[in-house]
Design a protein around this ligand. Sequence first.
Ligand code: C2E
Ligand code: MG
Ligand code: MG
Length: 474
Amino acid sequence: MVNHINNIKKGDFGTTTPIKQNDEIGDLHKSINELSISLLELKEKEKELNFHRSYDPVTGMPNRSHLYEKLMHLKAENKANFIIMLDIHGFKILNDIYGEKAGDEILTIVGRKIEKISAPHFVARVSSDEFSVVTKNIKKEQEIHTLVRKIKDSLAKPIYVKGEEMRIDMAVGVSKCLEEDFEGSLTQATLAMIEAKKKGRGQVEFYRHSMTEAQSEQMKVEKRLFHAVNNQEIYLEYQPKVSLISGQVIGVEALARWNDPFLGKVPPNRFIPIAEETGMITALSKHLLLEACFQAKSWNEKGKFIPISVNLSPVLFNLYPRMDMFIEEVLTETQLNPGLLEIEITEGVLLTRNSVDILQKICNLGVTISVDDFGTGYSSLGYLKDFPIHTLKIDKSFVQMIKEDRSDRELAESILFLGKSLGLQVVAEGVETKEQLQFLIDSGCDAVQGYYVSRPLVIGDFLKFLEADYRVSV
Ligand code: C2E
Ligand code: MG
Ligand code: MG
């Protein structure tokens, strides 16, 4: 018995000794055996807990808190010298299209590949689609370039999930490990990775001080935007849409405007993405949609039938699986005839889960749907015909190709043909010259919008524009 107790003391849990006596000594043996087994169970539970604390359950790889521990440890040994952050391009879309199980499989395959190529360096999965490599004993940036290239080459080879061939691209940010501030080092690697992401697919960026400056600028804009959204300072300008059949105004697009007392005029391409990232997009969209619908209702009450088009962010469709209810609420509040509301979505919305269903529900309200910036996104012909869409808006980059050059003209023409062949109304945006207008008339485009007709106007000027009964000669 003494031996058994000594073994337990040494950590040899789970061992038992046979009980030979049926007396108090026998009972004691029994209790020691039970204690030994309980200790083993406890040890295993602790092991399991430690695993969950330090490893990601999806990929089985070290997680973010494990990365922190590792960084501290390496720092003590003065060995951590670079952090590489890798982010999978378009992971959210892949997850939406193929489902979460396939998404998990992609993450596991990608994680394993990074681990294999990066060995003996430390690799962790730090957030949903982000991995991080911490190198040791690499002194030169050139070696990092080589390592990153190897990872990217390995990921460029197709992987197969659910029988589908997929090619994975990653945005990569690299920073040097700061001696005393590993949290700061991670932030720098993340900032570099965000910069790489902005530059497009498959980019690599090394951290520069200007990135921290840009981030503090971004935070300043974020703060001001929060104030502007809360105080409903974002307003609308109105750009008319003109028919190439009748020459008359057949609609108007509402465009968001922000004129901040400190920052000056901030364009929507700058502040809408910030509103999307921070969640302010919900309050902002509700306010602008209400404003647009109130305006269209007031024109309607004066006998004018001018449909208004409102841009709706794809982020809203992700946040609100029932976007139809979001729109219905506004229609009820403003009492606008749904036929006078058009929503403009981008091609990305068509790729989200249940998009056919949700767009059909919106359509059932009597609202029409237009695909904005057509030609710049992912849609193929096959995709489009399944959706209840009424209008395609050809992106202004194609319209601006209509110059002397023949091949460019052909590209614009084929995009137009694509829309027409689906039986949709085709609107060209960004029309600036008489030459572009003539080309669009000759190619059978239905309507145009652009500086040639009018710039976006503040409400007072737009009403004057309507009063003047503008017509384009067709
Ligand atoms: P968009 O919906 O494609 O809007 C058309 C953009 O082209 C507008 O830029 C408009 O001012 C500009 N534009 C119109 N005619 C011409 C032209 O002849 N030449 C040129 N070069 N440009 C022209 P803006 O107002 O800066 O808006 C940019 C984008 O911001 C919009 O693109 C839209 O994607 C987004 N946006 C604007 N307002 C909202 C909004 O209320 N909600 C959401 N989610 N996005 C919005
Ligand atoms: Mg638009
Ligand atoms: Mg557009």
